[in-house]
Design a protein. Structure first.
Length: 142
């Protein structure tokens, strides 16, 4: 079974972020520009929240707030669950399922080193299953 570090080695460690003081509109534009579904909310080097498409739809649109007037800090998700790079993919999926989240920042002793999505984890599980199936087929056809 793979761990979170394996996912980061494949996808990279680039993480897009927003400031808690910038507007939701600015954050949404950055998400669209980079093709991501969530931004870490960072104040200096400290992780203070997570802003996702889900936050936008549920906390901005449904509440009738204006994207150009609302600061990210007003609608970001906090506290932020994080995961260790040494955690297994299965542990990550369990955390996401139990807490109804789709993104987990990856942290180590130095701070944030990446971000994984539920899609990243599911993709790795599928790859693991395909490898296992190939190994079993090879064993059975010897």
């Amino acid at each position: 079974m793979h761990n979170i570090r394996d996912i980061l080695q494949k996808k990279g460690t680039v993480v897009w972020s927003a400031s808690p003081d910038e507007t939701v509109l600015e954050a949404i534009r950055r998400m669209a520009e980079h093709g991501v579904g969530a931004l870490l909310v960072m104040k200096d080097d400290e992780l203070v929240g997570l802003f996702s498409e889900r936050d936008y739809s549920r906390k901005v649109i449904l509440q009738g707030l204006r994207s150009q007037d609302t600061p990210v800090r007003a609608v970001m998700s906090t506290p932020v669950l994080t995961i260790s790079p040494d955690a297994t993919v299965r542990e990550g999926l369990s955390m996401m399922t139990e807490n109804f989240v789709r993104h987990l920042p990856v942290t180590d002793g130095s701070g944030v080193i990446g971000l994984v999505s539920i899609g990243d984890l599911v993709k790795m599980v599928i790859e693991d299953q395909e490898t296992l199936i190939e190994q079993l087929e090879s064993y059975l056809t010897r």
